[in-house]
Design a protein around this ligand. Structure first.
Ligand code: ZL4
Ligand code: CA
Ligand code: ZN
Length: 412
């Protein structure tokens, strides 16, 4: 009806399990799996299911998760719930993993940086174990589609949880599905390029491969003081000078593009296309993983950039043009209706149907039209223009300096 067609000779697979929608991190916790429900509504409303193959995700196995994570941590995650947490904390081998208390910590943290207190970034909630193994299973199934040559592009919007460490949850991330995917890819592909457009630094992925010259990590992120309190924007790493572990063969295979608040479409495009283009030319990846965190959009509850949905999508287009096997993942994104808009648009771009999505959302075909209606919710448009709500601290000469510096780095 909307002219959605299946691209010839180009297969896209979409991996999802609706069970993740029922999860709640806590009442005012910014991470809302509900954004995935809205994304699904738009994808189906526009008829994009006809342009790709959809797969129901199954949970990852414990052994698969252990290829990166600590066995104690994996066992803890597979058993934890609000009911079992206190008891599990008493087990000696888990108790060894309680992080040291820092001055000013507002909540008591349990083993592996997990906590049942409501102020925690990584709370223990009902159904959590199921949720973690499902989003991971979806990423691994998507990866398998690529490594077996069955898909050209594979998508999992519930994945992309880039902060999780080997034996520690961090920043709303528990299992690092990205690292697990790249480990799988390395069995098939000589080199994998990881690109991260989430507003936060992709620290967990960078750290996992800091000694690995076959993986290049490239993150674009807000970096610097958060506000006038002197706190740094989370996680506080990812400086321009951070290029992988010095003195190892992994040195020069991590790139970071730290960005000030309020960056606009034109500036972001300049940075993204210069640096990504040069990284692709220099590294010559055999496959690409693109983390599409939507908290880099203007109007995000946690983000501080001013970029619009079309520019966010241009990043996907730019990477897609290489024609390399491409894994597209979600990540952050805290203004749910805009996350859904961006990821629906990017699903369409992946299937070559980007040109056919009307700016007018087919409200009669989406179950919750009110989520996209009214002035405050974007007036029923797929591409509403975001109000610039962050002062633009990016200056051209500074952006040029960064591009030049990274260009030098890529000459190694
Ligand atoms: C919340 O309202 O900067 C957690 C977290 C819970 C519920 C009520 C408790 C209120 C904002 C954030 C007190 C909350 C204090 N609730 C949280 C240093 C911090 C310690 C924890 O997009 N406090 C930590 C993590 C970041 C910090 C960002 C991005 C993930 C991704 C990929 C992760 N953590 C300060 C904050 C709330 C909360 C409200 C919050 N946490 C905002 N930013 C953070 O890159 C998915
Ligand atoms: Ca990033
Ligand atoms: Zn983020």
């Amino acid at each position: 009806e909307y002219g959605i067609t299946r691209p010839k000779g180009h297969k896209v697979s979409f991996h999802y399990n609706s069970t993740v929608e029922d999860m709640h991190f806590g009442k005012t916790h910014p991470m809302k799996p509900w954004r995935l429900t809205l994304t699904k509504h738009l994808v189906l409303g526009y008829g994009l299911q006809y342009a790709m193959d959809t797969y129901e995700a199954v949970a990852a196995g414990i052994d698969q998760v252990r290829t990166f994570h600590d066995p104690d941590y994996v066992e803890f995650l597979s058993q934890v719930s609000p009911q079992t947490f206190d008891k599990l904390c008493q087990v000696p081998r888990f108790r060894n993993h309680v992080p040291a208390k820092h001055e000013g910590d507002s909540v008591d943290l349990g083993p592996f940086n997990l906590s049942t207190s409501p102020g925690a970034d990584c709370p223990v909630f009902d159904g959590m174990s199921k949720y973690l193994f499902l989003y991971t299973g979806a990423t691994l199934a998507a990866t398998n589609q690529l490594t077996t040559n069955q898909s050209d592009i594979a998508i999992n919007w519930s994945g992309g949880l880039h902060h999780a460490h080997k034996s520690e949850a961090s920043g709303f991330c528990y299992i690092n599905d990205i690292v697990l995917s790249i480990i799988d890819m390395l069995r098939i592909y000589p080199r994998v390029l990881y690109i991260d457009i989430d507003v936060h630094h992709g620290d967990g992925v960078e750290e996992a491969f800091q000694r690995q010259p076959r993986v290049m990590t490239l993150s674009y992120h807000r970096y610097g003081p958060y506000d006038d309190t002197g706190h740094k924007f989370f996680p506080g790493t990812g400086d321009l000078s951070d290029v992988g572990l010095k003195g190892t063969v992994g040195e020069h295979f991590a790139l970071n593009v730290p960005i000030g608040s309020g960056i606009d479409d034109r500036q972001y495009r300049y940075l993204f296309e210069s640096v990504t283009g040069k990284a692709i030319d220099a590294f010559k990846p055999s496959a690409i993983v693109l983390q599409c965190g939507a908290d880099s959009l203007g109007g995000d509850r946690l983000g501080q950039f001013n970029i619009n949905i079309k520019q966010h999508g241009e990043c996907v287009n730019f990477v897609k043009k290489t024609g390399l096997p491409l894994l597209i993942l979600g990540g952050g994104g805290y203004t749910a209706r805009n996350v859904a808009r961006a990821w629906c648009h990017e699903t369409a771009l992946a299937t070559n149907n980007g040109a056919h999505l009307s700016d007018k959302i087919p409200l009669d075909l989406v179950p919750r039209p009110e989520a996209f209606m009214g002035r405050a919710h974007g007036d029923g448009q797929l591409f509403p223009k975001f109000q610039k709500d962050h002062r633009n601290e990016c200056v051209e000469s500074d952006l040029e300096m960064k591009v030049k510096k990274l260009d030098e780095e890529l000459k190694y």
